[in-house]
Design a protein around this ligand. Structure first.
Ligand code: COA
Length: 380
């Protein structure tokens, strides 16, 4: 019998075959179904990218039009869900809200559809289309504002800003948000995607898989680094504090948020796109302070790490929090937006898992006590 090596955290273990996402960490390249993230960011939309992830090919003009109509028709949430959002305890996090709502959506789908192995998630697209609506509505309700119905003439990103603000965003802002969704739509076998696939491997519903994946993304080791980048920016305050702050942080062996990546050993290609969008937005508005502060942190950090022979580059989170901040989005919505984008990738993986399923059932290396006799209470 071949000896199976124990790999803590399954590091380096190949747990399934997948055709969805290719990451070339050494060269800083990312492809969804063979298409580079740079091309998708420049030419595609979140709806088209979702179609690509779910249907394994780019759509024709008609296919995209039909798909977009279906997605846009699925965006609005029912009064019941609006009430759930309104009544959700303000002590809860928006990620917990998303998880609860996705589970609730599952219960509104007919039983036989939910449990057929063809499932209807490719058809209804509710989980993908409605997540941004839930997030925008949560924000509006906590500001004491009303529900804004979605606009079928807007892209997913522009519509999110519209439902959040109650007014149509400038074209370039809608485009930036839509591109952020494209950039976050898929990233291989990370913890949340693996979670979605494990749940899918039991032939549970896609709603159950996605709500589990949202739970996995809620942890700060996975989602949330862009929030922490903005906390770091607040702590540093201004460009002249960057150098002493970095010296102190590194001497205390603190991690500089938004820097470094398990897989990328070059600049994360998504960070390059996000940096460009941030710079554009900042220049157009004549508000360069935040962009320049981040560039100063990047330059100072990289120089210090290179001097130690450890080249470390920005990851996607380094600039994305600043983009969201400039678009007026509160910090605790950054990870929910990530979830809304990644729901497309999660669903693609769920469908792929179902196509050639094998129930995930790894083993643990038992390091507990050997069999021993039960000790009666009076003898303990
Ligand atoms: C993502 C992360 C966990 C990867 O860590 P990793 O796999 O250990 O990275 P590497 O092996 O390339 O690290 C090489 C060295 O650089 C250090 N390093 C890596 N990222 C660093 C960072 N952001 N700040 C300070 N030092 C860092 C490591 O501690 C390691 O030092 P050592 O040789 O003294 O142990 C790490 O970079 C990190 O915590 N980054 C900040 C959090 C973040 O932005 N997360 C979002 C990821 S998408």
């Amino acid at each position: 019998m071949t000896k199976i090596e124990y790999a803590k955290g399954l590091e380096g273990v190949i747990a399934a075959e997948s055709e969805i996402c290719q990451i070339d960490g050494a060269n800083g390249k990312l492809y969804y179904r063979g298409y580079s993230i740079e091309d998708l960011a420049q030419h595609s939309s979140f709806e088209e990218t979702t179609y690509l992830l779910l249907n394994e090919k780019l759509p024709s003009k008609q296919e995209l039009a039909d798909f977009s109509i279906r997605m846009r028709q699925s965006r609005d949430v029912s009064p019941t869900i609006q009430n759930m959002i309104r009544d959700f305890p303000r002590t809860g996090s928006p990620m917990e809200l998303l998880q609860s709502i996705i589970s609730y959506l599952s219960s509104s789908v007919e039983h036989q559809i939910r449990h057929s192995d063809t499932c209807n998630c490719r058809r209804t697209l509710h989980q993908i289309a409605q997540m941004t609506t839930v997030i925008a509505t949560y924000q509006r309700f906590r500001e004491g504002k009303g529900y804004v119905e979605s606009r079928p003439d807007l892209s997913q990103g522009a519509n999110f800003l519209y439902q959040l603000r109650g007014e149509e965003p400038p074209d370039e802002e809608g485009r930036i948000l839509d591109t952020c969704l494209v950039l976050h739509a898929e990233h291989g076998f990370n913890a949340s995607t693996f979670t979605a696939r494990v749940v899918a491997s039991t032939f549970s519903t896609c709603y159950c898989s996605i709500s589990a994946a949202v739970g996995s993304l809620a942890g700060f080791l996975h989602g949330g680094a862009n929030e922490r980048v903005m906390d770091m920016v607040d702590e540093i305050g201004s460009r002249r504090n960057v150098s002493p702050w970095l010296d102190k942080a590194l001497s205390e062996r603190r991690k500089v948020m938004g820097m470094g990546h398990r897989v990328y050993k070059a600049k994360d290609p998504r960070a390059i796109v996000t940096q460009g969008m941030l710079e554009d937005l900042a220049r157009r508005r004549g508000e360069l302070e935040l962009f320049e502060l981040l560039k100063e942190i990047e330059t100072g950090f990289r120089a210090r790490m290179e001097a130690k022979g450890k080249p470390i580059y920005p990851n996607v989170d380094f600039f994305s929090g600043a983009v969201y901040t400039m678009l007026g989005i509160p910090r605790d919505l950054f990870t929910p937006i990530f979830a809304a984008a990644r729901s497309a990738g999660w669903l693609a993986h769920i469908l792929e898992q179902r196509k050639d399923n094998r129930l995930f059932r790894p083993k643990a290396l038992f390091v507990g006590p050997e069999p021993r006799p039960y000790v009666p209470m009076e003898k303990r």
